[in-house]
Write a protein of this length. Structure first.
Length: 164
């Protein structure tokens, strides 16, 4: 019984991956990509599916870029592999924040992680200030920098809330 369900799920994922490849998305299962698609769809942005760029850009302006952070309720959105040192690597890491017009922090329901509960809009200057604070306090040269929903709520404002 469960094997039949697994086969159906695999078939759907294979079909979805084929559709994704038709628009240049080679790895639909890239971590975070499906949630980024959901966020971009809600906000009316154009997804950037390259791992070496921002997550999205404005529909009419590819130079206006956005970074997405996401978590489930009660979780933490994070930027992975941020360098505290050396200086050149730290600056590259912080550029992942400052290259963007806005940072969006999306919270997904714990009971349905394909459904977005709320999205907060944040200024990159505020996010980079917190990232620097966390990096400076870290004992490691490479760290994950995390942001809670409470932090996002205090430092940004909601641009989307699920009505259901």
């Amino acid at each position: 019984m469960a094997r039949d369900i697994y086969r159906k799920i695999i078939d759907l994922v294979i079909r979805a991956a084929k559709i994704a490849r038709s628009i240049g998305i080679e790895n639909l299962l890239q971590p975070g990509l499906v949630k980024e698609m959901i966020i971009a769809d809600i906000l009316g942005h154009e997804l950037i599916h390259s791992k070496r760029d921002a997550d999205a850009h404005a529909l009419d302006n590819p130079e206006e870029k956005y970074e997405y952070l996401s978590c489930k309720e009660g979780g933490t959105g994070q930027l992975d592999r941020m360098f505290k040192e050396p200086t050149n690597k730290r600056n590259e890491s912080l550029n992942r924040i400052t290259r963007n017009r806005y940072i969006y922090f999306a919270v997904f329901y714990a009971s349905d992680q394909m459904k977005c509960k709320v999205i907060y809009k944040l200024q990159p200057e505020i996010v980079v200030k917190e990232a620097k604070r966390q990096l400076d306090a870290s004992r490691n040269a490479i760290s994950h920098v995390g942001f809670s929903e409470d932090w996002a709520q205090k430092n940004g404002y909601a641009v989307y809330r699920d009505d259901s």
